[in-house]
Write a protein that binds this ligand. Sequence first.
Ligand code: NAD
Length: 497
Amino acid sequence: MAYQVPLLINGNMVQSHTKQWLEVTNPATQDVIAHLPCATGDEVRLAVVAAKAAFTKWRRVPVPERARLMLRYQALLKEQHDELARLLCKDTGKTLEDARGDVWRGIEVVEQAAHVASLTMGETQAEVATGVDCYSFSQPLGVCLGITPFNFPAMIPLWMFPLAIACGNAFVLKPSEQDPLVPMELAKLFREAGAPDGLLNVVHGGAEVAEQLLTHEDIVAVSFVGSVGAGRHVYRTATDRLKRVQVFAGAKNHMVVMPDANKQQAINNLVGASVGAAGQRCMAISVGVLVGEAKAWLAEIKEALAKVRPGAWNDPKAGYGPLISQAAKKRVLGLIEAGKREGADCLLDGSNCIVSDHPDGNWVGPTLFAGVTPTMRIYTEEIFGPVLLLMTVDSLDEAIALVNANPYGNGTSIFTASGAAARKYQQESQVGQVGINVPVPVPLPFFSFTGWRGSFYGDLHAYGKQGVRFYTETKTVTSRWFDDEVVTGPNLSIHLK
Ligand code: NAD
């Protein structure tokens, strides 16, 4: 019997009493590596009760103590960096180097969370009226919920619970049911770092379990990362219950390649950003927009892409791993077929990819389409596979119009040698994260992850200052200390005198 993943409730790793179990498979082999419980209603409620109880104590813990927990946690994560990465490889199929990056980008957010004291400082102004001072400070919200996707099982949970908890909240995490092993390990290490009972709880399951949490009256804020359909549902459900919500959803990211760009740099970056992690990144470049004479680079792009091959996590020559599941592979292959049917020019077709030492993996080879138009399904839908679409335009204005007509706005990049073109693109593209000669512009944690339009629902983004604001409420105090010798009559106006 494979490992049965426990739940973390009130500080204890407990076995679920559910009758509903899911299989967690290694996507390179189909081996069942764990059985995952879909938590029962009672277990979900117990997790929230534990978090609520922990919150009442934790909110009073001095802010430097909360910061110290993050420092200890960061040190443990760093110690376990390679172990976590290896587990991540098994669970997701990512290459070792990419898995290390997934863990590292999470550790960086924990580092940022350790700055909580300065990040949550308020404002003060003396003498806003005679003898009156005004100041503001941050207070935590209560029990926050995180629902995370499969594609970054270390980084994305670490976007959420460390910062929420550093700000004084308690947390319930529902990780992806497809690769829960790393999130459980993160939770275990958080306990080892000294997190009190109930501060972080982890419950497992799919959409049904997420729904129970989302609709629970004691959950006050929801952070969600996942697909567009689920994200919209989460946003509507949670806002309808008047909760604070941030939803990070799907994407269709374009890289604009200007003819004055350094050609080899542009091609290398386009290839890496489109098929890295098998294209299963919300910031993957899925559309290359070749401007003017850069249209002639198509053959070289094809040649460079054809050299990349997928393989097992420990194969040093593998460019990327398998897709997360057989269902994901079927969906991607279906979209490749749709592209061909709709008349796009399939220059490289990875549908029949074979990796001989792992014949059962969910492999898809690098796939390249040219002649793509904006109404084709391969353009309108997020493929989330190693598939690059190429489109051509005659000018930067046309490229900007194309990018802005797409409903998503997670990330984009421009490759150019012209400062003027770069600045125009930076200012006029309706996309929240822009890279200038940087293909995947994921901001470091002292900034925030700021997808726009169809890629984000909510007001405050992940981590950085916005993440802190998301997980806190501002309280403003207006204060006067009476001087006993001066007694005035009732002030009947709104004017503070
Ligand atoms: P998914 O939507 O299938 O699942 C994400 C999480 O939501 C899982 O925990 C899942 O159990 C839960 N879920 C599924 N249906 C739900 C529902 N109806 N109600 C509540 N919860 C539900 O996504 P995935 O396949 O795991 O992840 C890939 C998607 O995530 C892609 O679309 C990708 O673009 C997106 N993503 C976005 C960002 C971003 O920052 N914008 C980052 C990473 C991934």
